[in-house]
Design a protein around this ligand. Structure first.
Ligand code: ADP
Length: 152
């Protein structure tokens, strides 16, 4: 049976840090689903179609990396796509504290474990919300986002 991992997030936008987490996790799973979580009460800078197009451009040569959107509970989406694990990335202690609570709650309600990958040092300060600020003020985001032109 294929081992599937779900990497969920807002990916507004999908950064080199997110890309690294997919590269690390695909060594362990047969298939990674990048799940773009849609929260109707949240405003996004990059619309869903642009985010999908952008992420597709990064993994078009990798048939074991797929992209999907979902607006249900993450653990329910895992069950729907037969993912055994949720995958998340960690940059620092703040990420750890935040992620730990969510992971424990997810485990509690569904039995699904979360697997964490540490980011590499050079990506530690890459953060989608800072990139949105840079983008809004016409700053350069190409350093932090591969194929950034697909977001325009
Ligand atoms: P969410 O809105 O669910 O927090 P994000 O798109 O901000 O979604 O992040 C998705 C996942 O990627 C989270 O686990 C986050 O900690 C991780 N992540 C964000 N930036 C980086 C980075 N630079 N390096 C590694 N992981 C990262």
């Amino acid at each position: 049976m294929k081992k599937i991992g779900l990497f969920p997030g807002s990916f507004d936008p999908f950064t080199k840090g997110h890309e690294l987490i997919v590269k690390k996790s695909i060594k362990i799973f047969d298939e990674i689903i990048i799940g773009i979580g849609i929260n109707n009460s949240k405003e996004y800078l990059f619309d869903l179609q642009k985010r999908i197009k952008h992420i597709n451009s990064l993994f078009e040569d990798q048939s074991n990396v797929k992209i999907s959107e979902f607006n249900s509970l993450t653990v329910n989406f895992c069950k729907k796509i037969d993912a055994t694990h949720i995958i998340r990335g960690l940059r620092n202690c703040n990420d750890f504290e935040y992620e730990k609570t969510i992971a424990q709650m997810n485990k509690n309600i569904s039995g699904i474990e979360t697997l964490f990958f540490l980011t590499d040092e050079k990506y530690e300060s890459i953060n989608s919300s800072l990139i949105r600020e840079i983008y809004k003020h016409n700053g350069p985001i190409e350093k932090f986002v591969t194929n950034a032109h697909h977001l325009v």
